[in-house]
Write a protein of this length. Structure first.
Length: 203
């Protein structure tokens, strides 16, 4: 299965443009970039389902309700948005232009507007953010089962079938790092980039 992720440069461009746009758009881009949430799950968020003190929000996904964890950047962005969130007749977290809940199409249109302002080319749809986040987690060595749970996948095999492709440089680096570890006392080696990574992994 082909993974269609937004590029790191495009994501950064959208994030910076959203920062100068408004708190709602910035919070949405930040959450999508860091939590791998589906667009349908994003717009299902409500004020009542949000717990910023715990960094959690309940969303309605493909398989029912699930918990999504928010990082520090997302918590701060949402907190700033809540300070200016317009009054609404609904409990939806994200408010659209007419005072009602923001829709999935509304999110897509918002991203398209930001992409045009940022002069971003290529994939910049909501699902492309999800793919980028998942691949970034796996590239940093996070366990596939943890990534699977964060993605809301039914099974880890789904995660691996989408994100198991690794380029030659990633495979070469992994093999060389593992090859080194049995033969050296890492505590006595100079902290070059490779050994620094090994030490971090052994903590």
């Amino acid at each position: 299965m082909e993974m269609k992720a937004i590029t790191a440069d495009a994501q950064r461009g959208l994030w910076k443009t959203a920062l100068s746009s408004n708190p709602r758009d910035f919070a949405i881009i930040t959450i999508m970039a860091t939590s791998a949430v589906r667009v349908g799950e994003l717009v299902s968020m409500t004020v009542g389902s949000l717990n910023l003190s715990k960094g959690e929000v309940w969303v309605n996904g493909k398989r029912g309700w699930r918990k999504v964890f928010l990082g520090k950047a997302s918590i701060k962005a949402v907190d700033c948005y809540l300070e200016v969130r317009p009054p609404s007749f609904c409990d939806g977290l994200w408010i659209g232009q007419r005072g009602g809940p923001l829709t999935a199409d509304g999110v897509r249109q918002m991203i398209q507007r930001l992409a045009e302002r940022a002069d971003v080319e290529g994939r910049s749809n909501p699902h492309a953010f999800r793919h980028r986040a998942a691949q970034a987690w796996l590239d940093r060595g996070i366990n596939a089962e943890i990534v699977s749970k964060a993605m809301g996948h039914a099974d880890v095999t789904v995660t691996l079938s989408i994100y198991s492709n690794q380029d030659d440089s990633s495979v070469r680096k992994a093999i060389r790092e593992v090859e080194m570890s049995p033969f050296y006392d890492l505590a006595d080696l100079e902290l070059d980039e490779t050994v620094q990574g090994l030490k971090s992994g052994n903590r």
